[in-house]
Structures are given as C-alpha cells and as structure tokens.
Write a protein that binds this ligand. Structure first.
Ligand SMILES: [Zn+2]
Length: 410
C-alpha cells in the first residue's frame, strides 16, 4: 500500500465510523418523555411517530454510507479508475473531451448508486410519515431536468478548468479561481430567477392581512421588500420553509405555501423577521465570500497535486492526465474538506442564533417566535434532543430546544 492510499483510506474509514458513532449516540439520546415546553405541539402518539421517523432516516443513512464506501473501495482496488481511463483513451483522442466524459461517467455512476436510497427515502419513509407529495412522474421529471441543467452548466465549467490546467501553467489555479468565483456569484442570481422556476411556481404574495403585516414589518425596520413570493412547495412535500435569495435588486423572499397554510400571520412575520436577520447581518454575503476563499485555497493546492505521480499510482492509473488528477485530488482533499465543513456548520449555527436574536428584537415578541419554532419542528418531526456530537457533525441549525432557550434568555 502506498502512503497516499493509507491517507485516503484512513480518512474515509475514520469519517464513516465517527458518523456511525454520532448516529448511535443520537438515537440513544432520544428521550421517552416529551421535552418540557413542547407538550402543546406533540401528543404521545405523534411524539413516538416523530422518533420512529428519526430512527428510520438514521438507519437509511447508515446503510447508504456503508454501501457507498464499499462500492468505492471495491472500484478503487479492482483498479476501476485505471481501466476506465484505458478504455476511454482508446476511444477518445482529445484530453479535454476525454476528461469531461471520464468525470461525467463517475458522476452519473455515483448518482445511479444513490438513486435507490433517494427513492426509498421519498416513496417509503417520507410517504409512510405523511410528508411525501411527489409522484413517480414528478420525481423522475425533476431528475431529468436536473441532469439537463447541471450538464449545461457543469460541462463548460469542468471543460474550462481542464483547459486552464492543461495549457496555462503555473497560473492555472488563478484562472480557475476567477472563473469559479464568477460562477458562484452568477449562481446567486441564476438559481432563483432562472433555475428554480423550472421546478416550482412562484406567485407574488396576495394582498390581504398577511401581506399587510409583512410589509408593515419591513417598513418599520427600514427594509425595502419588493419581491415576496409564495412557492408551491406542497407539490413535493408537506414540510415547510422560507428563504431569501439574491443580492440588491434581485433580492427576493420566498415563503413555501405550506408555511402559509400552517402558521398564523404573526408567526409568519416572525419567520420573515428571522430571514431578514440573515440578510441584514449579511450572512448570505459572508457565506458566499467564504465559499470563494475556500475555492481559491483548493485550486491553489490542486495545482501542486494535479500531475503528482504518487497520486496516479495510488489509483492505479498509468498515464498522467489533468482530469484524473482533478478527480484523485478530490479524494486526497477530503480530510481538509471534512474539517472545513465542520467550521462552516458551526458558523451557520452561530448565524442562526444571530438571526433569532434579530427576529426577537425587531418583532418584540419572544413567545410568538418561540412558538413558531416549536410548531415548525413538530410539523417537520425534528429531533428535540439530538446528541451534541451529531449536532457538531451534521446540523446547520442549532437544536430547536437550544434556540427556544436562548430566545427566552435574551
Ligand atoms: Zn435561519
């Protein structure tokens, strides 16, 4: 075994077992009794059902993790990466085109392996617990649209990265960084305005009590809010959500129709206030900026490893190529990625507390906002007592009980 193989193998196995441990502790941490303060939102039967939902999702994730890891290890050690490269080399002459096909095949294979788990999650678990609204037809039409859109965007992007590393020498990483930065910024506008309408209908929020309350809140807080949309989230799921997207003039607030169905206008204003908090505290902007910095660091490191012979030996590939270097670097980078994602999750949880504080300060109503969070978590069957290790590894939002406690501590 080579030292690169040992590094990658150890990272994957350690990550898998840490995740397994966090799931185990999380399930052990489920409490028999409904936590204090949540009695109005759960009866015994609903509480038991929510725990069963958490258990079934955890089981699926563990099985999926084990399956993906096994398939990856088998493919790697039967020298699959090398064979695929040999076959493509005999069929496609140009390195850039061959690279796009090589990466494309790996991505499609990974999606096909994930498909049964995604189907099980949607049509067995979500269905059984009453969340799923998606039909098979809608599910597969979504997948096909996604494949089409991601190819349209992904192929030129990967092509450009390969061209830079093939022909631009020492400054390739800088060109890649510039292109990816433009891409990240453009996506902020393209996703809500051009891509999301392929999947959902967005209608302006209708005039009435709710709109008036939302607009009154916005003007009382000096926050121009021109685009408030209602999205037909109920086409796919009963779960509810709300979010801001875009910057400046393209900024829009989106409320799922399920949120409007299940919450009072005052509760919805408190959700809008929380989302406004994210916007005012520049969380979206800062996260985007951090994403850009990460991309820069990654491309800079990539430039040292993209033609690194030991990396090709580790994956049993004879001929050095930029595309295979790109793929293998991705695996070598995974410990860094793991570490960075922990930091980003912690940052995100901190932002949630900040947005909560903003919501309470600007609406002046702790109880309404706390009740809204409780209702949201009950409706979505959130875990009321997740284990801290599981939160640390997986949660972008703090546990709802911690948020409610902080709200009353403010
Ligand atoms: Zn938030």
């Amino acid at each position: 075994m080579t030292y690169i193989q040992i590094i990658i193998l150890c990272t994957m196995i350690v990550y898998f077992f840490l995740n397994l441990l966090s799931f185990y502790l999380n399930l052990k941490n489920l409490k028999e009794e409904i936590p204090k303060g949540f009695e109005d939102y759960f009866d015994r039967e609903k509480y038991k059902k929510s725990q069963k939902y958490i258990y079934e999702n955890a089981r699926l994730e563990i099985i999926e993790g084990l399956f993906s890891l096994s398939v990856f290890l088998i493919f790697w050690f039967v020298k699959g990466f090398g064979y695929l490269d040999k076959i493509l080399s005999s069929l496609v002459a140009g390195e850039i085109l061959r690279g796009i096909i090589y990466i494309g095949i790996l991505i499609v294979a990974k999606s096909l392996l994930d498909l049964p788990f995604s189907l099980y999650s949607t049509f067995v678990i979500e269905e059984k617990f009453g969340f799923n609204k998606t039909s098979f037809k809608l599910y597969f039409s979504d997948k096909i649209k996604m494949l089409f859109i991601s190819s349209l965007i992904g192929i030129p992007l990967i092509g450009l990265i390969l061209v830079f590393f093939k022909y631009f020498g020492g400054f390739a990483w800088l060109f890649c960084w510039i292109v990816v930065t433009c891409f990240i910024l453009a996506m902020q506008i393209i996703v809500p305005v051009w891509i999301m309408p392929f999947f959902n209908k967005f209608n302006p929020l209708e005039d009435g009590e709710l709109k008036k309350k939302v607009m009154d809140y916005a003007s009382a807080n000096n926050f121009p809010l021109e685009n408030v949309f209602v999205m037909d989230g109920s086409r796919r799921s009963q779960k509810s959500n709300a979010f801001f997207s875009g910057f400046g003039k393209t900024k829009r607030l989106v409320l799922f129709d399920t949120i409007i169905e299940k919450h009072s206008p005052d509760e919805i204003v408190s959700i809008v206030a929380h989302e406004t908090g994210h916007y005012k505290k520049k969380h979206i902007l800062i996260s985007t900026f951090l994403g850009v910095i990460q991309a820069g660091v990654m491309f800079y490191l990539l430039s040292f490893f993209i033609s690194f012979q030991d990396l090709f030996d580790a994956f049993y590939v004879e001929r050095v190529s930029v595309y295979a270097g790109l793929v293998f670097f991705g695996f070598l980078y995974s410990p860094v990625d793991f570490f960075v994602s922990m930091i980003m999750l912690a940052f995100s949880r901190k932002n949630e507390y900040e947005a909560d504080r903003f919501a309470v300060e600007t609406t002046g109503n702790k109880k309404v906002f706390a009740d809204t969070l409780k209702r949201l978590s009950a409706d979505n069957y959130s875990n009321l007592s997740p284990h801290p290790l599981h939160v640390f590894f997986n949660y972008s939002h703090p546990p709802v009980s911690d948020r409610v406690k902080r709200i009353y501590d403010l």
